[in-house]
Ligand binder design. Structure first.
Ligand code: PGA
Length: 248
């Protein structure tokens, strides 16, 4: 039985002061909620959030990681460093990183392997661009992203993976995929994982939808059988909006 999982993706927003203020407000609103929640924040905010959420069930994630264990990689952060901070999740392969920071399926794959080694759960982002959808290549693109990302990943690791289907055309645009479109692709992702591993494994994978999720559309999206949660950008920056999504 898959548990609903809602994660916030703060992107490059919130200073430490702002992160602390958010955490204090959000903790109060979250109370004893049963929904599984994580906030994926900039590196500098992670320790503040870990501390503020101590004693709650709210978890904390990073938004990127380097694939090497350590070394001369100025400005980078390793999985070992995140593990030492007891970070629970890490977003990998977000379309903004693929687009602006030359992330490829190959680096995404290396990052996944490193995170699994450090016992940090990856949130693997995949999704097609508008152009690719218009050319009716969306299934091909998504399938190739899955195959590329999961090279050498074991069945046991995949069963613990979170996949976020984020059509690029729906991110930050206010243009959400319809619940049916999102369900269709999340179902496709689950069956592609089933082909690569097994149906049993595929049924354990948590699949989120991401792209302009807001309080007004969360419940419809969450009602879809293959959608287990949401990766929320803009609407996760405000404690009240994020909590409304969690209470879908
Ligand atoms: P959005 O971002 O909710 O602001 O569209 C989602 C994401 O990029 O993860």
């Amino acid at each position: 039985m898959r548990r609903p999982f809602i994660a916030g993706n703060w992107k490059m927003y919130k200073t430490r002061t702002e992160a602390f203020a958010f955490a204090e407000e959000f903790k109060g609103l979250y109370g004893k909620s049963n929904v599984h929640v994580a906030v994926c924040a900039p590196f500098i905010d992670l320790d503040i959030l870990k501390l503020a959420f101590q004693g709650t069930r709210i978890q904390v994630g990073a938004q990127n990681v380097h694939f090497e264990n350590e070394g001369a990689f100025t400005g980078e952060i390793s999985a070992k460093m995140l593990e030492d901070m007891e970070v629970d999740y890490c977003i990998v392969g977000h379309s903004e990183r693929r687009q602006y920071f030359a992330e490829t399926d190959e680096t995404v794959n290396k990052k996944l392997l490193r995170l699994f080694h450090s016992k940090i759960t990856p949130i693997l982002c995949i999704g097609e661009s508008l152009e690719q959808r218009e050319q009716q290549k969306e299934y091909l693109i998504v399938r190739d992203q899955i195959i590329g990302a999961l090279q050498s990943v074991t069945a046991d690791q995949v069963s613990r993976l979170v996949v976020a289907y984020e059509p690029v055309w729906a991110i930050g645009t206010g243009k959400t995929a319809s619940p049916e479109q999102a369900e269709d692709m999340c179902g496709f992702i689950r069956s592609a994982i089933g082909v690569l591993f097994s149906e049993e494994i595929a049924n354990q994978v948590v699949i989120q939808y991401g792209g302009s999720v807001k309080p007004s559309n969360a419940s419809k999206i969450m009602s879809m059988p293959n959608i287990d949660g949401a990766l929320v950008g803009g609407a996760s920056l405000t404690a009240k909006d994020f909590m409304e999504i969690i209470n879908y």
